[in-house]
Write a protein that binds this ligand. Structure first.
Ligand code: AMP
Length: 542
């Protein structure tokens, strides 16, 4: 017997319709490429998303055709989020930090038909448009009078001119909720990038679960700043969860430096912000220098790479901001776990609480996890034994776009490539990427643990641990360190700093001071590049 409830498809267009009807006056504020602050409401977003829908219809694209963006976090990008997916096209967010050759490869692989780009990226588009063989329409996200005359890009038009004459009424099409809605290529460091292709259903369920109190806890009382880019995994679903809850949205545009982010948080009374550790590093340095304090920021979700304990302490103890450590992947839309405390943790000592907060957190409803050994046998949730982390759920990838990379699943589970422990309360802790874990004398050393100790030293701005070949131990860890400007620490002082903080055999064999640690397009440390940089390095005594 089937249930007798209405079977309404979960479609992204319903989000902006809801936001308009119930939160029409809630604000969306953007720092623009033009440098000024743009301010309007969900009512305006909805009207302009419908104009986008009409304009797209005029291009006579097929259902599921890809419409690419090369854009910062801003209101026009938001309109495309709803306008493109709402009409049944696929929003393909390109990462402008990639090398132009990679952008060409990805755009051709995705068979993008339209490219909408911020003027910041005009030089990239000028350089690549001739090689993007499937793109037929180029749209610059600006006013008509900001468009230079002689770009050489065929048929280039401004976004504002493109949508200007379109009506604000539109009847969003109804279709299968399993239809593709958006896509994002992985920031994979080996081989060609592969794309995760999200559906309306997966996006809606992810946005709903992400907004829950023990996840990101979003509501109409929040002012939300996604520093995490809209060009990488849909800004962790925040634009969708915000529309679903009526939260005010604040977009940083291209200004990602500590000063600009801090000023935006203060001016727009931001209560909740989301970003990767490198962004917060810059902002905390700015605040420290100016002895600044937050007036409204209550919580920040930090993920994308491991959040160092020193950062959790700074946010929590110095600035009174709760850190939600979170973990996810492009292949998971991306949210997998969020570290929110249970009742039993609240009365813990600060040190014990920190042990919990350092973990990547509990699986949010919808994400099932397990850890397995080399033979694929499931390992216990005791917080000690570590193994390969596998996940499944309605917003976890089934296979990559065009079947690239073969089957993504093993017995219905997606192997994340991360190594983790899970404790009896269900808190997962990443010990490493499986390829970064250091195998020393038959034991594994977590590069994250080694980095976290170094990051707690006051003279260290950034630290990356990698394994170096060793004739006796197989591999030994070394730590590459960027010093804070004007700060000093010697190799021996830093090695001594590890005493008592970690087991002796986990202390790195050496410290290498570097000017910078290579970062990838999404702000993650690129250890393969670091290994290349240190190709000629020899471990002491080897
Ligand atoms: P991406 O698909 O580019 O978002 O990268 C996903 C990978 O980033 C994961 O598989 C993890 O290795 C890493 N990652 C994401 N969040 C965290 C976190 N909180 N701690 C440690 N690693 C993380």
């Amino acid at each position: 017997m089937l249930g007798l409830m209405q079977s309404q498809q979960l479609l992204i267009s319903s989000l902006i319709e809801f936001a308009q009807r119930h939160h029409g006056t809630a604000e969306v504020v953007s720092r623009r490429v033009e440098g000024d602050i743009h301010r309007y409401t969900y009512e305006d977003v909805a009207q302009r998303a419908r104009k986008v829908a009409h304009a797209l219809d005029k291009l006579e694209l097929a259902f599921s055709d890809r419409v690419a963006t090369l854009a910062w976090n801003g209101y026009r990008h938001l309109e495309l989020y709803f306008g493109v997916s709402g009409t049944g096209k696929v929003l393909h967010t390109l990462n402008p930090r990639l090398h132009p050759d990679q952008i060409v490869w990805i755009a051709n692989h995705a068979e993008d038909k339209v490219l909408c780009f911020d003027m910041t990226f005009l030089p990239i588009v000028k350089a690549v448009h001739g090689r993007c063989t499937t793109i037929k329409h180029f749209i610059a996200l600006c006013d008509a009078d900001k468009l230079p005359a002689d770009t050489g890009i065929p048929g280039l038009q401004s976004y504002e001119a493109w949508i200007a004459a379109q009506p604000t009424q539109y009847s969003w099409p109804e279709f299968d909720e399993n239809s593709a809605s958006s896509m994002c290529y992985t920031s994979g460091t080996t081989g060609n990038p592969k794309a995760a292709l999200y559906s309306h259903r997966s996006t809606m369920l992810h946005a709903m679960a992400g907004a829950l109190p023990d996840a990101l806890s979003m509501s109409a009382r929040d002012s939300v700043l996604p520093v995490v880019p809209m060009f990488h995994v849909n800004a962790w679903g925040l634009p969708y969860s915000a529309a679903m809850t009526g939260a005010k949205l604040v977009f940083p545009g291209p200004a990602m430096d500590g000063k600009s982010i801090f000023e935006l948080i203060e001016a727009e009374e931001v209560s909740f912000a989301a970003g990767v550790p490198t962004v917060w590093q810059m902002m905390l340095a700015h605040m420290q220098t100016g002895n600044l304090r937050f007036s409204t920021l209550k919580r920040t979700v930090i993920g994308g790479s491991a959040c160092p304990p020193a950062m959790i302490t700074a946010f929590n103890d110095v600035y009174g901001v709760e850190v939600l450590h979170a973990w996810g992947m492009t292949e998971m839309s991306p949210l997998g776990t969020v570290c929110t405390l249970k009742n039993k943790h609240l009365s813990m000592s600060p040190a014990d609480k920190m042990t919990v907060r350092l973990k990547q957190g509990r699986g949010i409803f919808g994400v099932d996890m397990k850890i397995v050994d080399g033979e694929g046998s499931e390992l216990p949730w005791d917080g000690k034994v570590y193994g390969d982390l596998l996940v499944k759920g309605p917003w976890v990838i089934k296979e990559y776009f065009k079947g690239e990379g073969g089957a993504a699943l093993v017995d219905g589970w997606f192997p994340t490539g991360d190594v983790a422990t899970i404790d009896s309360d269900g808190y997962m802790q990443i010990t490493d990427r499986s390829k970064d874990v250091i195998k020393s004398g038959g034991e594994w050393i977590s590069s994250i643990d080694v980095e976290n100790v170094a990051m707690a030293h006051p003279a260290v701005a950034m630290a990356a641990c990698i394994g170096m070949k060793h004739p006796k131990w197989d591999e030994r860890p070394i730590i590459a360190v960027v010093k804070k400007p004007g700060a000093e620490v010697s190799r021996d002082e830093l090695i001594a700093f590890y005493e008592g903080k970690t087991a002796k055999w986990q202390i790195p064999d050496d410290v290498v001071f570097v000017e910078a640690i290579p970062l990838g397009g999404t702000g993650k440390m690129q250890k393969t590049k670091l290994r290349d940089m240190l190709r000629d390095y020899k471990l002491p005594g080897v």
